[in-house]
Design a protein around this ligand. Structure first.
Ligand SMILES: [Zn+2]
Length: 276
C-alpha cells in the first residue's frame, strides 16, 4: 500500500521550485559495531593513553567507515538521489561519515559543516606557508593501506604528519582541536546565496533525522525559513523528535519514523510499481 505521506512528499518535491534538505544524526552510520570488532578493539586498546590517542581513534573510524560502509544508509541516499533528480536542491548535513559523497548526489549542492574524512589538518595553530588543509587522496589511501597491513600492531601503522610540526594530523572534523572551518566555508557561502534565492518561491523543506544537535545549523534556521516563506512546505522526519512548532501547523507534516527506514520504504514502493 502506498503511504500517503510518501506520495505527498513525492508530489510536493515535484511541484517545488527548490528543495532544501537537512540531514542529522539519525542518518549517520553508527560506530558501535566497530567497538565490538576484535581488530579495531585491539588497536584502540593499544592506543589508550598514547599521546596521539585522539588522532588514532579517528584513523580507526576512518578505516572502519571506508571498509564497512552501511549498505542501508547508502541505499537510502540513492532513494533521496532519485527523489531530487532534476531539482534545484541544496543539502546541509551534520553527518561526518561522508557516506553522502559516495552516492549520486551532487557534491556541489552539499555542505557538511561538521567536516568529515576528505581533508586533514594539524591540531595546533601551526604558523605555516602551507595550505591549512591536506586534501591529497594519496595520504588517505596510504593511511588506509597502512591499517590494512598492520597485522593488528599499532606500531606498524604510519601516521600522516604535519609538514610543519611533525605531529600526527587530525581529520578536518569539528571534534579536532583548532577545527579549520576552511573545509566547509566555501560551500556554506554557496548555500546561503542559494537560500536567499528561494525567498517566496515554492520551496520544499525535507528534514531527515536532525534532532537537537547543533540547533543553529539546521533545526532553527529551517523552521525560520519555513515560517517566513509563504510558499514553503516542511517535512520533518524523525523517530522521536518529529514535532513541528505551533507556527508551522498547516505548513508541514511530521513523520514519526527513522529517516533511513522512511526513504527505503519509498524505494520498495518504486520496485512494486515496476512489477505491475
Ligand atoms: Zn603542525
Amino acid at each position: 500500500m502506498q503511504d500517503r505521506r510518501q506520495m505527498d512528499l513525492k508530489q510536493n518535491i515535484e511541484d517545488a521550485q527548490y528543495v532544501l534538505v537537512g540531514i542529522g544524526a539519525e542518518f549517520a552510520q553508527r560506530l558501535e559495531p566497530m567497538e565490538q570488532d576484535a581488530f579495531y578493539a585491539s588497536l584502540a586498546a593499544q592506543a589508550r593513553s598514547d599521546a596521539f590517542e585522539g588522532q588514532i581513534r579517528q584513523y580507526l573510524q576512518f578505516h572502519y567507515l571506508k571498509r564497512h560502509p552501511d549498505k542501508r544508509i547508502l541505499d537510502a541516499y540513492e532513494q533521496l538521489t532519485s527523489l531530487l533528480e532534476g531539482k534545484d536542491y541544496f543539502i546541509v548535513s551534520l553527518c561526518t561519515d561522508d557516506l553522502i559523497y559516495e552516492t549520486g548526489l551532487d557534491p556541489s549542492r552539499i555542505v557538511t559543516p561538521c567536516g568529515g574524512w576528505r581533508a586533514m589538518q594539524c591540531g595546533r595553530e601551526c604558523v605555516t606557508d602551507q595550505e591549512p588543509l591536506v586534501t591529497d587522496e594519496n595520504v588517505m589511501r596510504e593511511l588506509l593501506s597502512s591499517i590494512d597491513g598492520c597485522d593488528g600492531e599499532l606500531d606498524a601503522i604510519d601516521f600522516p604528519v604535519c609538514a610543519e610540526c611533525s605531529a600526527p594530523l587530525w581529520f578536518n572534523q569539528i571534534s579536532a582541536p583548532e577545527y579549520r572551518e576552511e573545509g566547509y566555508l566555501p560551500q556554506w557561502q554557496k548555500y546561503t546565496r542559494w537560500l536567499m534565492g528561494t525567498l517566496n518561491r515554492k520551496l520544499c523543506i525535507l528534514e531527515l533525522g536532525v534532532g537537537m544537535q547543533f540547533l543553529q545549523i539546521i533545526r532553527f534556521p529551517f523552521e525560520k525559513v519555513a515560517y517566513v516563506n509563504q510558499r514553503a512546505y516542511f517535512y520533518r522526519v524523525h523517530s522521536r523528535l518529529y514535532q513541528l512548532t505551533e507556527e508551522l501547523k498547516g505548513k508541514g507534516v511530521s513523520v514519526p519514523q527513522n529517516p533511513v527506514d522512511f526513504l527505503l520504504s519509498m524505494g520498495e514502493e518504486r520496485k512494486d510499481d515496476g512489477n505491475h
